[in-house]
Design a protein around this ligand. Structure first.
Ligand SMILES: [Zn+2]
Ligand SMILES: [Zn+2]
Length: 301
């Protein structure tokens, strides 16, 4: 028992260390762009300013994703109105004893049920769920822009240096200095990161398009099929477009009543059970806001 506890403690600290380590790497990557500050090429100055902005944005997104509530389910019993459909909704989490909406999943690392849990991210040191997925996607997006900008700065800077230098290219490459060592290291890191981050971003875009979390994709299930813009607003919030680009809190109207569907129902003409349960134009119907308010009032108590 004691060993298990220690193991979780080590994992907890490891998560924090990874988070700080990645932030240090971003700042260092930004610092390496200063090697060309004496260059006469104006494009390098514009790119450096862009890299600085991307770095600030990605750090803000990473921190917000890390400290935000990913969508913890605090409801201990089935909401009264859903009791009527209880064979579909009567589920309790065996680990944390919470009522478990169909699209919630228990995270063993966080020890709680998370609504629309996608995965537990070690780089963020938090779960990625309904309430913080926006920050995570933006983090990946700005990280990709940042590393591509840094790559552009180094490529242009190195070419410019070679063109101005009268020495042979091979002899320049072979003589090692601390500056060159840093440039080589950052290029290797950028190469690895570009592949990993592009793949992660693509996975997230696919998850939003299909309204399917990583957990549901393993279980071969998915949320209701609807147009991309509706799925997008479920993650990025239904508000002015510029909020979609900033790490501001998304205005979300999540639906605890939403159920997960089997693959066979995958078409746009299907009548969804939620449509019957859940009609915004009819106030007599079940509305998510009630559950969400319940949840937040419990959080404050
Ligand atoms: Zn649970
Ligand atoms: Zn977690």
């Amino acid at each position: 028992m004691g060993r298990g506890k220690n193991f979780f403690k080590v994992k907890k600290y490891l998560g924090r260390i990874l988070l700080v380590l990645t932030q240090v790497i971003f700042v260092w990557a930004l610092y390496t762009t200063s090697f060309y500050e004496n260059s006469s090429l104006s494009i390098l100055h514009y790119l450096r300013a862009s890299a600085f902005c991307f770095c600030l944005l990605l750090q803000a997104c990473q921190i917000r994703a890390s400290i935000s509530d990913p969508g913890e389910v605090r409801q201990k019993s089935i909401p009264l109105k859903l009791l009527l459909f209880h064979e579909m909704y009567d589920r309790k989490c065996r680990q944390c004893n919470s009522w478990k909406p169909p699209r919630a999943h228990h995270c063993k690392r966080c020890k709680k049920c998370i609504f629309k849990m996608d995965h537990h991210c070690v780089w963020i040191n938090n779960c990625i769920g309904a309430l913080n997925q926006k920050y995570f996607v933006l983090f990946l997006f700005y990280l990709l822009l940042f590393i591509l900008t840094v790559l552009g700065i180094h490529t242009i800077g190195i070419c410019d240096y070679f063109m101005r230098s009268k020495r042979k290219i091979l002899s320049i490459i072979m003589t090692m200095t601390i500056t060159k060592f840093q440039i080589y290291s950052i290029l290797v890191i950028i190469f690895c990161f570009t592949i990993i981050i592009s793949q992660m971003l693509l996975n997230q875009i696919t998850a939003i398009r299909d309204n399917q979390t990583a957990v549901e994709s393993i279980q071969d299930k998915f949320g209701r099929q609807q147009f991309f813009v509706n799925n997008f607003k479920q993650v990025f919030g239904d508000q002015e477009w510029y909020h979609w680009l900033l790490p501001t809190k998304p205005k979300l109207k999540l639906n605890y009543a939403e159920i997960v569907y089997a693959q066979e129902l995958d078409n746009f003409d299907t009548e969804f059970v939620e449509d019957i349960l859940y009609d915004e134009t009819n106030p007599a119907n079940i509305h998510f806001a009630e559950f969400m308010l319940d949840n937040y009032s419990k959080q404050k108590q």
